[in-house]
Design a protein around this ligand. Structure first.
Ligand code: G6P
Length: 609
């Protein structure tokens, strides 16, 4: 998630832009840059790394001017580097652009522009926009009209800030599926990705809606819809603190990230599904290669490994290929049996986890093809793997992983489906039905998140328990591992995930009156068996909370405590059923008075063994 700022007024822009960028640091970034209009020319300074590096560079290269735009980048297209940092200039140097989002059709646009003689300085999707706008301005003499005509050619998400030397009195702003606000000052105005960037200067803002565009002058702001009609917008007065604003109004980053899952799922799926087919060519997973895979090995740590457990079940079920999975810290020391014909998948949110990286290196040394599923572009794991599939979850700030897990699960689902299709182990209709349902998941995730009251009630009822059990069968068992980990991580309640059928072989001795057992109930094929397991614990006095489909009658007679998700295909249920489990863990932590964003003893990225 990149951060955009812009300033137009009477003061020197650079200092204000740096301040704004500093306030957007919480969004996570790997590089930054600014562009300022200086005596009718655009001057740009950018730097890979921390904002401090940009500040140092700016101390050496003085930029003066009272109109500018700035950007902190969270890499998507192209590694973090000076060249790939924003702002990007058009070929003539007359246009500077900052962008947040992903332009999905950038490759096709880029080819067209190259054919017209444009030369690219970066690997980003954003630079396409700068050149495309320049091309449009050859025939369209109004900047607003040109930006409108240019964004019409884009597929994907964008928040844009644009400066043009031919129109030095304004900043152009546009948004679709990425946030952008306008801060209203006295004799000056601002643009920003998020409210905290402008809060020290103003509490009066315009919140741009989908498809809206703005011409921001020093003394006024004009807002237009996609059709070019002027929009009369109400000023929104911010009454939150900077701290609350950073979290988008949510109490914690974890809650914000849980709520971002619909968007994250969409961003992960959308670029990979084209005209009813799954395209994983970015990771060189060609049909021929996938057809030839004889075995899959998955290695990861923590939550990423539990996403891998879901992946294992899906790949085995759909592709009829054996899958081995192990935590990286064990895998690397057990002299694993590996063949060059294995497809080796490493899963890591950060792309920096030491054990996962060591496992990757071991697999490469043994001649395996290594594909990384990671969330961080340019991370060590991304660089060292043979190829990468990025989960577009955006930066995850809370230590406990949430949106990274769901997007990892979706990425593994795409691999399983694609491989099954290549191997001919799935019927055409089944493939199409699963793919269609997969694309409905983001909306269903948002449906779950639209009403969290029942989860809050359940957490209020059970937070004082000291031990809990999570049980499930098949994919529900795979999910129970993550559900249990989430609870432990942030609420410090001891919990154990058990294959439901295995409970009676020992662990059931721990069931005593009042003990909570959370039963995951999304797998129709084994639901009857699971109900028997639920009865086993109920007879011993346990209280049961189920997570299952809203329309499933099966659990109603067993327990009054139920967390419901919309019906989906059982194979796709983990990505939805994890959401009430995450919320339950979150609200238990809150009830117990803990800060879920910073759980004791845990680190977001573990770069030591
Ligand atoms: C740490 C984090 C976990 C995470 C694990 C793997 O232990 O606290 O939340 O699941 O590392 O991290 P990765 O970045 O490789 O997914």
């Amino acid at each position: 998630m990149c951060g955009i700022v812009g300033y137009i007024g009477r003061e020197e822009a650079v200092g204000l832009l740096l301040e704004g960028l500093k306030r957007l640091e919480y969004r996570g970034y790997d590089s930054s840059g600014v562009a300022v209009l200086e005596e009718g020319k655009l001057r740009v300074v950018k730097a890979r790394g921390k904002l401090e590096r940009l500040r140092e560079k700016l101390a050496q290269t003085k930029l003066t001017g009272t109109t500018g735009i700035g950007h902190t980048r969270w890499a998507t297209h192209g590694e973090p580097s000076d060249e790939n940092s924003h702002p990007h200039l058009s070929q003539s140097g007359e246009i500077a652009v900052v962008h947040n989002g992903i332009i999905e059709n950038y490759a096709a646009l880029r080819d067209k522009l190259i054919a017209r003689g444009y030369r690219f300085q970066s690997e980003t999707d954003t630079e396409v926009f700068a050149h495309l706008l320049e091309e449009t301005l050859k025939t369209e003499h109004d900047l607003l009209g040109a930006v409108r005509a240019t964004v019409r050619q884009l597929e994907g998400a964008y928040a844009l800030g644009v400066l043009c030397t031919r129109f030095p009195d304004r900043i152009l702003a546009a948004r679709k599926d990425s946030p952008l606000i306008i801060g209203l000052g006295e004799g000056c105005n601002y643009i920003a990705s998020d409210i905290p960037a402008v809060l020290p200067y103003t509490r009066r803002v315009y919140l741009l809606k989908e498809g809206e565009m703005a011409q921001v002058f020093a003394d006024r702001v004009e807002i237009y819809d996609m059709e070019g009609e002027k929009v009369d917008k109400e000023v929104f007065t911010v009454n939150w603190s900077v701290d609350a604003a950073e979290k988008g109004g949510y109490a914690h980053f974890m809650l914000k990230e849980i709520h971002e899952q619909g968007r994250a799922m969409r961003d992960t799926l959308r670029p990979r599904i084209r005209e009813g087919e799954i395209d994983l060519s970015e990771a060189k997973l060609t049909d021929e290669l996938l057809r030839g895979v004889a075995r899959v090995v998955i290695t990861a740590c923590g939550t990423a490994c539990y996403a891998g457990q879901v992946g294992r079940a899906l790949i085995e079920r759909l592709c009829r290929v054996p899958v081995e999975i192990d935590v990286a810290s064990e895998f690397r020391y057990r002299d694993p049996i590996l063949q060059p014909t294995d497809l080796f998948l490493v899963v890591s949110q950060s792309g920096e986890t030491a054990d996962t990286l060591a496992a990757l290196r071991l697999a490469k040394a043994r001649g395996c093809k290594v594909v990384a599923i990671t969330n961080v572009v340019g991370s060590t794991i991304a660089r060292e793997a043979d190829s990468v599939l990025y989960t577009w979850a955006g930066p995850e700030i809370a230590v406990a992983s949430t949106k990274a897990y769901t997007t990892q699960v979706l990425m593994l689902t795409l691999i399983a489906l694609k491989m099954a299709k290549c191997k001919g182990t799935i019927a055409r209709e089944r493939y199409e039905a699963l793919l269609a349902e997969l694309q409905r998941l983001p909306e269903k995730a948002e449906e779950i998140l639209s009403d969290v009251e029942n989860v809050q009630r359940c957490a209020a009822r059970f937070f004082s328990q000291e031990d809990m059990f999570f049980i499930g069968r098949g994919l529900d068992y795979a999910l129970s591992l993550e559900a249990s980990l989430k609870l432990k991580e942030i609420s410090y309640i001891h919990s154990e995930a058990m294959a439901a059928g295995e409970l009676k072989h020992g662990t059931i001795a721990l069931i005593e009156p009042g003990r909570l057992v959370v039963a995951l109930c999304t797998q129709g094929a084994t639901l009857e068996k699971l109900r028997s397991n639920i009865r086993e614990v109920l007879t011993r006095g346990a209280v049961v909370l189920t997570i299952g489909y809203a329309d499933s009658e099966a659990e109603k007679e067993l327990t009054p405590y139920r967390l419901a998700i919309p019906r989906t295909d059982d194979l796709l249920a983990p990505a939805l059923a994890v959401i009430p489990a995450q919320l339950f863990a979150y609200y238990c932590a809150i009830q117990r008075g803990y800060d879920p964003d910073k759980p004791r003893n845990l680190a977001k990225s573990v770069t030591v063994e």
